[in-house]
Every structure is written in structure tokens, then in C-alpha cells.
Design a protein around this ligand. Structure first.
Ligand code: AMP
Length: 314
């Protein structure tokens, strides 16, 4: 089952205690697509500029990601500059140059019309909504956002949230969106805005999913939480794209399954964690480009092992 993703395709300039990189390939849709491509076919809608050349294109081609929906415009690609300090828990945005995204109006290629799964990756909620409206018959819609849109574009964002099946955000964003510090209260309030399921990421500590009967059958129910840990890993070089890679693994796995069930959602949370753990090991997209399906399964089994409580064992 194909996923259609709309979001930023970017160049990132990154500084971290581990080093500095100028203009590496990045963007929310890029990281998402790479991670999801290990599970299911992915199609991308976005825009790039003249600086996006064969080298960047080959990253998508190698993973057989369909880029017919990436428009090539005059001007420069979206460019994000960010830095990390200390524990690298949070990115500090030093610059957001929208460039060609500033005047982008997404058009869905006819060949994308049969996509069953839609992912609205981090980008202006106005663009997310334009794509949502052009894909009224998808089976499932999930999405992401960030502080910038929550703070300054809330009204548009609320329209997107009202149409989501699954929202995937981090804990800081959940608190900002709801105005609540307590995670359970925050989750309830966010879900009242529309999403039938909510995944809250906790960076290096894993993720919590809130879901109820409503997530699967549409009937009412009180959301219950399910927590998946993150694998403690030794090498953290660059956290950029970890959240998008988590979302790619999570949603890619869901799209590869015949039906969304509680068990599928739980397993998806683990696959999200696996893909996030790879993303941080190298700068930019490098680690995901070189990951294999075998490595993914190996890490999935490791995740299971570290979170399994065997009460019979001494
Ligand atoms: P994350 O998974 O949250 O670390 O996402 C990082 C990616 O988001 C980077 O590759 C950036 O290019 C992209 N990004 C940063 N700011 C924005 C923004 N305002 N809109 C869309 N994408 C962004």
C-alpha cells in the first residue's frame, strides 16, 4: 500500500558537539520517505530549487521512492540551519529559509491518486490542508507539526488536526498545543481537537501512543496509553530527522499491514523507535541510506528483548 507524503525537502546546515555539516540533504519528507521506504512504497509531494541535483535525487532513487510529485522550481530549496548543545535533546533553530516553499502550491500527480495512506509531514499547515483536500478518499491520514506552526499558525493548524486519524508529535509540542503540562491531560485535550490516535515522542526515552476504540472502529472510548522504550544507543551524532524517521517507520509499518489493529499500532511504535535510532547515528540521511532490512529486524528484536518483563525468570 502506497504512502503519499507531503513535507519539506531541504538542505540542512547542522552544528552539534559531534561536528558541523553544511547543506546536507534533509527535510521532514526526506527523512520520513527514507524510513518508510523499508516497509512500503512511498510517493513524495514537495518542491526543490536549482540546488537540488542528481546527487540528491539519487538518494530517493536508490530506495525506489517515487518523486514525480517533487516540483523543480526556480530559486533555492528550503534551507534549515540548526544547532544542538549538551545532551542534544532539543534543536535550536538558527535559520529557516523557506525559499521555493514560500510560493509553493502542491499539485498531486495523477499517478498518486490511488495512494491509500497520507502523511502530512512538517510543513505549513495551509499546504498540509491543500494536499488533504486533494486526497479525500485515503484510508488513513497521519500528520506531524512543530512549535513554529503551533505558536504562529494555530488557526490553520487546528483545521488540519480536525481531519487527522493519527497525530505524531513530541512531548514539548503536545504541552504547547494543549496548554497542559501533565502528559495524560495534554493527550486528552489534543485528541479533542480531532486526532483519533495520538503518538507522543519522548526523544531518547521512547514514545507513548494514546488510542481507544475510536482509533479502530470509530466508536467512543477513553484513550489508553501504550509506551514503547527507545533503544539506548552509544553513538548519537545528529538528532535531526529522528522524529521524521520515527514517523516513517511507524506509518510505513502500518501501511504494510492489511488492517490497523491495536497490535499493529503497538508494533508500529517499536518500528518507529528502530528507525529513529538509526537516523541519529550519522549526520543527515547517511545512516538511513545505508541501513538494511536485516539490521532493522535485528534492532526490532533487541527492542523487544529490552522491554520484555519475564516474571518467571530469577
Ligand atoms: P526532526 O525530525 O524534527 O528533527 O525534523 C528535522 C527536519 O525538519 C530537518 O531536516 C529540517 O529540514 C526540517 N524542518 C525544520 N524546520 C522546518 C519547518 N519550519 N518546516 C518544515 N520543515 C522543517
Amino acid at each position: 500500500m502506497s504512502i503519499l507524503v507531503v513535507g519539506s525537502v531541504a538542505f540542512d546546515t547542522l552544528s552539534a558537539p559531534s561536528g558541523h555539516r553544511d547543506r546536507v540533504l534533509g527535510g521532514a519528507a526526506t527523512h520520513f520517505a527514507l524510513a518508510a521506504s523499508f516497509f512500503t512504497p512511498v510517493r513524495v509531494v514537495g518542491v526543490v530549487g536549482k540546488d537540488f541535483g542528481p546527487r540528491q535525487q539519487s538518494v530517493f532513487d536508490e530506495k525506489k521512492i517515487d518523486t514525480a510529485g517533487i516540483e523543480h522550481a526556480d530559486g533555492l530549496s528550503f534551507h534549515w540551519t540548526g544547532s544542538y548543545e549538551g545532551t542534544m535533546a532539543e534543536a535550536k533553530t538558527l535559520g529557516t529559509d523557506l525559499n521555493v516553499f514560500g510560493s509553493f502550491s502542491p499539485k498531486i500527480p495523477a499517478s498518486y491518486a490511488d495512494s491509500d495512506y497520507l502523511f502530512l509531514a512538517n510543513i505549513d499547515p495551509v499546504l498540509q490542508l491543500q494536499v488533504r483536500r486533494q486526497m479525500p478518499n485515503v484510508k488513513l491520514v497521519a500528520g506531524d507539526t512543530m512549535n513554529y506552526w503551533i505558536n504562529d499558525h494555530r488557526e490553520n493548524l487546528l483545521k488540519v488536526l480536525a481531519e487527522l486519524d493519527i497525530l505524531i508529535i513530541n512531548d514539548g509540542e503536545a504541552r504547547l498545543l494543549s496548554g497542559e503540562h501533565n502528559l495524560v491531560t495534554a493527550a486528552k485535550k489534543v485528541m479533542e481537537l480531532g486526532p483519533k490516535s495520538l503518538v507522543i515522542k519522548h526523544g531518547e526515552y521512547g514514545a507513548t501512543a494514546f488510542f481507544s476504540e475510536r482509533s479502530f472502529t470509530g466508536s467512543d472510548g477513553v484513550p489508553t496509553p501504550f509506551r514503547a522504550p527507545a533503544l539506548p544507543i552509544e553513538t548519537v551524532v545528529d538528532p535531526t530527522g529522528a522524529g521524521d524517521s520515527f514517523a516513517g517507520g511507524f506509518y510505513g509499518y502500518i501501511a504494510s499491514q492489511p488492517k490497523l489493529t491495536p497490535a499493529v499500532l503497538r508494533k508500529a511504535l517499536f518500528y518507529g523507535g528502530v528507525m529513529g535510532s538509526f537516523a541519529v547515528e550519522k549526520f543527515g540521511t547517511e545512516r538511513l541510506q545505508n541501513t538494511t532490512r536485516e539490521e532493522i529486524e535485528e534492532r526490532f528484536q533487541l527492542f523487544r528483548a529490552i522491554s520484555h518483563l519475564d516474571i518467571e525468570a530469577s
